[in-house]
Design a protein. Sequence first.
Length: 248
Amino acid sequence: VCSIRVIGESDIMQEFLSESDENYNGVSDVELRVALPDITTVTVRVKKNSTTDQVYQAVAAKVGMDSITANYFALFEVINHSFVRKLAPNEFPHKLYVQNYTSAVPGTCLTIRKWLFTTEEEILLNDNDLAVTYFFHQVGARELASFTGGHGGPLPIAPTPTAFSPQYLNMLRTCEGYNEIIFPHCSCDSRRKGHVITAISIKHFKLHACTEEGQLEDQVIAFEWDEMQRWDTDEEGMAFCFEYIRGE
């Protein structure tokens, strides 16, 4: 089994699997399976060299998503069970699909997720049944576990995953942590011991203290965006760097 996996992940095999058929009679069609927020999947047939935008448009058409709704969702790559990465418009989803044939990620590595961060704008879509259903189902058990009510109390018991509840979604929108993007825990030079979990929202940039294993601790530092002076990425060091000035 190990030998087969090594062969599948080798550069030569990956190049062979993702190689374009342009040298023959045009580019061949392929089928890509994409996960949807409501825990279902859809299969679309596209050209092997289709870009992210082209694949996303095919998925939107397949599920009956209108052009307005399509602006609030995007195509992502599943990195692991708790983190997804938004694909750039010019990436080739089929190449990622091939690379994940031998990965540890179960099912498809492509998924549709919400790309909207203001609750006020999200509420304007309350009459859009498809959008609201996707908003509701995207809030999984992991997200629910991190939410707290407006007064710090426990959340009411959630309905079953298959039972859509507009009232429950409205309640979730008032919770701390809704519409935040949570990144995997990592080291931070502000902590001698332990790691941090970064949470980003339209309102703030948070650093949650945690152990090196990712177990949350009590300390949380929140930066308002107007306190952030500059930021940059260090590709070589694989780090996100920022400078801030605390307000009065």
